[in-house]
Design a protein around this ligand. Sequence first.
Ligand code: XUL
Length: 520
Amino acid sequence: MKLFIGLDSSTQSLKALVVDAETGKITASAAVNFSSELPKYGCPNGVLPNKDPLVKHSNPLMWLEALDLAFSKLKDAKVPLNKVIGMSGSGQQHGSVYLNSKFKDILAGLDKAKPLADQIKPALSRKTSPIWMDSSTSAECAEISKAIGAKKLQELTGSPAIERFTGPQIRKFFKTEPENYKNTELIHLVSSFLASVLVGDSAPIDFGDGAGMNLLNLRTLLWDLKICEATAPGLIEKLPQVTPANKVAGRLCPYFTKYGLKEGIPVLNWSGDNPSSLIGVGAGEPGTAVISLGTSDTFFAAMTSSRIDPQGYGHVFGNPTGGFMSLICFKNGSLAREKVKDECGADWDAFEKAFSESKPGNGGNMMLPYFVPETTPLVLKEGAHFSGTPDFCKGRAPAAVMIRAVVESQILSMKLHSKWIGQDFKCIRVTGGASKSQGICQIIADVFQAKVEKISVADSAALGAAVRVAQSVFFGRMTEYYAKFAAATETIEPDKSTAATYEKMLAKFAEFEKTQVGKL
Ligand code: XUL
């Protein structure tokens, strides 16, 4: 038995997987749902309510309490935590935590008798954390782009200035709360913040998650001083070191022995949830694309050559195994599917049945499901838009048609906005809660005319973290770990007879999106 823990602090929950690197099995798991289990933080779906729909923050203390809770659940379930020999994790990307000069001392002296949240609270120089769903920094994006040059910023950091990225978020904090910015000694990502707590010291940021900040120079793999200064004065001094994902962040601090864990086991650098998922689904080498169907839907793949998206929607992040990965994020993921399901008065079984009750191409009915502000394409005004029959456009088409429309449109958007990657993917691996849906997987296979592979684990970000730390302890080729942990359990072949329908539909969808987005 060679046990490792992979954690994932995502938008709506924190998950912990215990895996056995010898057998490739998940031996135990625990999850903490923020809405239902930690309601006292007032963050339904992981987000603090705000009257401005563009502002999306969360409470970092809630993430800490979730960490305590996840470990106590594993302990209560009598998981042999004393046998765990390493851990790592992943976090929702771009979210940031602001810490004052007390942070390091507090971490160094964590008291086992008190909860993490109570102890770390005095170290916060900003009570809330902006997260990836936030779209409120357009002014700051424009300012940073102007100072550096929009094209140059994209060439250097892999992305143009993006509302949810950490740099523009930091600039907004500096502008609106200059005193609190001054009192901030360290700015961590969700991933590096939680790694810091585990090791009892400020942990580094890895290239995978660091590239989602608009601050990391992808040529030097160092923070870019000029961009940091254009973002906020003195910023570079407030950033943790940036290092590869496969380096040890530190050793587990004594606080966690209260759960039966051994002090001193290695804690590998955490990474972002998407870079970690790339490993969790076994797609660290180029050739296979990944679609992760979660709160946000993402499309990503290990990159063969260095490219940037001419439209500016796609990003380049560090691949945890070295090199780079492409990523495109669609904010209207599972919540958009849920919204259409609810509006149709359907449950998830009826949602699934809808795919057999409707036809590929859906009679030309399509929608732009921007129920929250979208990032691909950039749309700051929420609202759904319809194209098709008059009944459909009024939202009165049969439920099966409405449901197929949201899913087909989401997948067409992925196909359209992943063209810049320049690879004709013949295999797509799916992960995330909605990857269980056979109907959704078939649409992916048909729209991309590629085989879709399912793996047994839906929590690929947590699994990726566990696999990363196991490989760093035992070495060996990553592909051996993929074979053990992420072998395909099911393949869905594309229906070739739908190819022409979807090709035509894609052209129409592109036109529809172009006309609507221009109008919004
Ligand atoms: C990626 C992104 C989201 C979050 C979700 O750029 O913003 O996928 O990582 O947790």
